[in-house]
Structure formats: C-alpha cells, structure tokens
Design a protein around this ligand. Structure first.
Ligand SMILES: [Zn+2]
Length: 153
C-alpha cells in the first residue's frame, strides 16, 4: 500500500497515536511561555479539551492539525484517495465536534482561538498570533518567586 501521508502528517499521526504532544502544540506552548503567559494544558472539564487554557482571561486555544481538522483552503487538508468516503465522514465529524466545542465555550463566556498547524512553521508568527489574542490582558510573570500581575500594553 502506498504511503500517502507526508512525513509531517505521519509524525502528526504518530504523535496522536502515542497520545503524545505534537510539534505544533509544543511550538505554541513554548511561544506562550516565552511571552510570559501562564496557562493550563488540555483542560478535560472544558468542551473539546482545549490545548492551552488561560483561565484568568477566560481564553482558550486549540492547536489543530490541518489534515485532521480540515483546515479550509489549506493544501494540507486533503482527503486521502483511498477510502475517500471513510475519510470524508471521519473528518466531517471532527469539524462538527470542533464547531460544537467552540460554540459551547463561547456561550460559556470563553474567547476561543484556533491556531493551525501550518501557522506554526514560524515561531515569530506564533508569537504574533498569541500577542494579538492575549493583548490587553494582565500577564503574570514570575518575579523573584512571586507571581505578579502586570498589564501588557
Ligand atoms: Zn493549514
């Protein structure tokens, strides 16, 4: 059987299979950390189990693989040629789940952001996205062992 997954898709799949954290997720986490934000991971009590949660600001981020979450217009969001029906149905269910999770979170007063795998190629790009999303929120920094609140302009 032909290997239809690109190397990136394969590592994404393997990351998921092993239940591990994926590279795009790690890139986003590192960037958020660099910017001085505190966050929680994979809050199971929240709809869709967001990848990064900023509880104080009621903001949540999903880091989505372009293939698994059918990133619209993205060249990585292709339907495999074999078993096309299976994949179409499976990927559609994923998108429906994502949509429902985001809608529920929004109803509950959360601000939700999706960062796509293809946006995480560039670390400065990820930092800009995070800055825009978290702008104006008080950021917590560790200062000599004390957590201090700080307003970021
Ligand atoms: Zn994409």
């Amino acid at each position: 059987m032909a290997d239809r997954f690109s190397k990136e898709h394969r590592s994404w799949v393997m990351g998921r299979v092993k239940g591990g954290d994926t590279r795009p997720e790690m890139t986003v986490r590192k960037a958020a950390h660099r910017l001085g934000y505190r966050f929680r991971l994979h809050r199971r009590d929240l709809p869709g189990k967001p990848d990064l949660v900023f509880p104080k600001f009621r903001k949540a981020i999903f880091v989505h693989g372009c293939f698994w979450h059918s990133h619209k217009g993205c060249r990585r969001a292709t339907i495999p040629a074999s078993n096309a029906e299976f994949w179409t149905a499976k990927l559609r269910r994923n998108v429906e789940r994502d949509t429902l999770a985001a809608a529920t979170l929004t109803e509950e007063g959360w601000e939700v952001l999706v960062i796509w795998e293809c946006q995480t190629k560039s670390e400065p790009n990820v930092e800009n996205i995070l800055r825009d999303f978290l702008r104006g929120t008080a950021i917590q920094r560790e200062s000599e062992g004390h957590a201090v609140a700080d307003i970021k302009s």
